[in-house]
Write a protein that binds this ligand. Structure first.
Ligand code: GLV
Length: 313
């Protein structure tokens, strides 16, 4: 049986990974990447999040690298990334449902202006201001219709929102109206009340959400970022909130993480910040997904979320 070396989340995470794999994939031998006796040559697969600098150069002989992130831009842009090795992105049902739950929470928070309730509670103010905006009359547009974008779109549609999505190139889709390419963006952006970013981070999508982009949304739209911080020009986002082009934003990802204490994002009253935790599945759920992907590879099949260099994700 092939051996999986676990590097994800550093040496302190090893015992929890070991126990998770023992529970959900007892036949898969695992070893800690950080064990002093460990030699990478003795492993066939490795599970990573952000390996220490230089360590990826020791993974060039692996049958695959599996990443605990749904996004792998932070790996493929490193100089030590072994481009010849297959790279598999995180997926699975729990990852998708967690993301859908987060976006649902964020969308409803924007609709009901939940920030104003928090402010009132902090100030011991009992002020009733009815809000009539609701899921049935809200159009949510999802940027990106990959594994997570599609799962979020279906959840929100099932909950009664009017959902559409935008993606790079045409594809077959029966349930969710899709817009494609630059032309599609011109129809998509003005037609939504809340924009959800779930794009992969690539050279093409970096800083895509800038002043010009935000000005194409209908006035007072909401924005939820669960993609990557580098999709957004943060000063343009702040300006759009200041002039009420955007009514609110929920950000799980920012350009610099952790967000520096001096960042103006902290204090913008229309921003809700969460510390990049929208969708982190349990160890057991991730271990089961990894074991399944290894099983596919061992049987000569292509796991669904294989990184494709020509696409950049
Ligand atoms: C986290 O952002 C991930 O890529 O899963």
């Amino acid at each position: 049986m092939r051996t999986l070396a676990v590097s994800a989340d550093g040496p302190d995470a090893w015992t929890s990974w070991r126990d998770a794999f023992a529970r959900v994939a007892p036949d898969l031998p695992t070893v800690s990447w950080f064990d002093p006796a460990f030699d990478p040559k003795n492993a066939d697969y490795t599970l990573v999040w952000e390996p220490p600098p230089g360590e990826m150069a020791r993974m060039g002989h692996m049958r695959a690298i599996l990443c605990t992130g749904a996004g792998v831009n932070h790996l493929v842009n490193r100089s030590d990334f072994p481009a010849n090795v297959a790279l598999v992105r995180m997926g699975g049902d729990q990852t998708a449902v967690l993301m859908a739950d987060y976006v649902m929470w964020a969308a409803i928070g924007l609709l009901r202006d939940a920030k104003s309730w928090t402010r009132q509670q902090t100030q011991h103010v009992w002020h009733r201001k009815p809000v009539f905006r609701n899921s049935a009359d809200t159009r949510i547009g999802i940027l990106g219709f990959g594994n997570l974008g599609a799962a979020v779109a279906r959840h929100l549609a099932a909950a009664g929102f009017n959902v559409s999505a935008w993606c790079r190139s045409p594809r077959e889709e029966k349930q969710i109206p899709l817009f494609f390419g630059e032309d599609g963006l011109s129809d998509f952006l003005p037609s939504i009340d809340i924009l959800v970013n779930l794009l992969p981070s690539t050279l093409q999508t970096r800083h895509i959400i800038d002043a010009a982009f935000l000005s194409r949304l209908s006035k007072g739209a909401g924005f939820i970022n669960v993609g990557r911080g580098d999709h957004v020009v943060e000063k343009d986002l702040l300006a759009a909130l200041d002039k009420e082009q955007l009514s609110g934003a929920v950000l799980d990802v920012v350009a610099t993480e952790p967000l520096p204490a001096t960042s103006p994002l902290w204090d913008q009253p229309r921003i809700t910040l969460t510390p990049h935790m929208a969708s982190e599945a349990s160890r057991d759920a991730q271990a089961a997904y990894v074991a399944q992907a290894i099983n596919e590879l061992e049987n000569g099949r292509t796991p669904p979320l294989l990184y494709r260099p020509e696409r950049g994700y």
